[in-house]
Design a protein around this ligand. Structure first.
Ligand code: NAD
Length: 266
């Protein structure tokens, strides 16, 4: 499949949760189109450094890593300041870091609820809060929140995730209205199932919660929701993200873009 392109030469981007899955693919796509990128996320220090160095070498951009824990507002503030100091600007903020837990609401551990709301929703607020003054001063900015089809519709056993992702869409619309006259846009992308480590991990949990096998989870739970019966590919998400990040995306604002094979059309 041919990947879309955008002219992002000299732009500066932060992608939270970019040590794995969708975030790593988005960071790579932004770098491939000329943006300097700040990587963030958990993981093995050696593997992260390999990813950072490879992105720099392959795409001829600056790539930094910042270890901010999305549960810690001070670290998020430091991450934004670090990108601004290092790159001299901040054009693109992709709020992508996220976690999941699958359980019936009456069995849902309260600490999992708190962690999901903190990482998937409150961290998005903190990153935006610190990025907006920089973007306002530049009179340009692109905030892209990786929500989910679960920001638009629910599935059973995902109470915290669905609540957080619906919250992300509310935050997206509010920020879009507040910043619209400053050359800033704020949008959400709502992917369906992408075969990332996060999804692999929930196959077992969903099998347990529903009392079915792993194969049945993939066929009857995940892909049954997607009319295409296919996982969403990284390049299919990168296309909308590059559009939103580019000059061509200037009038897309406060919107939620479903990239889920038709899931929420039903
Ligand atoms: P993943 O598990 O592969 O990656 C998640 C990233 O978030 C990792 O880099 C991880 O280190 C980081 N992260 C987790 N906790 C963190 C913390 N406390 N501080 C900093 N970083 C932290 O997951 P993914 O599937 O690539 O998901 C990325 C985003 O896309 C999430 O917001 C997820 O909800 C969303 N999403 C995923 C799918 C899918 O099918 N994979 C579908 C819809 C939405």
């Amino acid at each position: 499949m041919g990947a879309l392109t955008a002219d992002l030469k000299g732009h500066a981007a932060i992608v939270t949760g970019s040590t794995s899955g969708i975030g790593a693919a988005v960071a790579e796509a932004l770098a491939a189109n000329g943006a300097n990128v700040l990587l963030n996320g958990l993981g093995d220090a050696g593997e992260i450094e390999k990813l950072r160095a490879r992105i720099e070498a392959d795409h001829g951009v600056k790539a930094l890593y910042h270890p901010a824990d999305m549960r810690k507002p001070d670290e998020i503030a430091d991450m934004v300041a670090t990108a601004h100091d290092a790159f001299g600007r901040l054009d693109i903020l992709v709020n992508n870091a996220g976690i999941q837990h699958v359980a019936a609401v009456e069995d849902f551990p309260a600490e999992k609820w708190d962690a999901i709301l903190t990482i998937n929703l409150t961290a998005v607020f903190h990153a935006i809060k610190h990025a907006v003054p920089v973007m306002k001063a530049q009179k340009r900015g692109r905030i892209i929140n990786i929500a989910s089809a679960h920001g638009l519709v629910a599935s059973p056993y995902k109470s915290a995730y669905v609540a957080a992702k619906h919250g992300v869409l509310g935050l997206t619309k509010t920020v879009a209205l507040e910043t619209a006259e400053h050359g800033i846009t704020c949008n959400a992308v709502c992917p369906g199932y992408v075969r990332t480590p996060l999804v692999d991990a929930q196959i077992d949990d969903t099998a347990k919660a529903r009392g079915i096998t792993r194969d049945e989870v993939v066929r009857d739970v995940m892909l049954s929701a997607q009319p295409t019966k296919k996982f969403v590919e990284y390049d299919e998400l990168n296309g909308i993200i590059l559009y939103l990040a580019s000059d061509a995306g200037a009038s897309a604002n406060g919107a939620a873009f479903p990239i889920e094979g038709g899931w929420t059309a039903a």
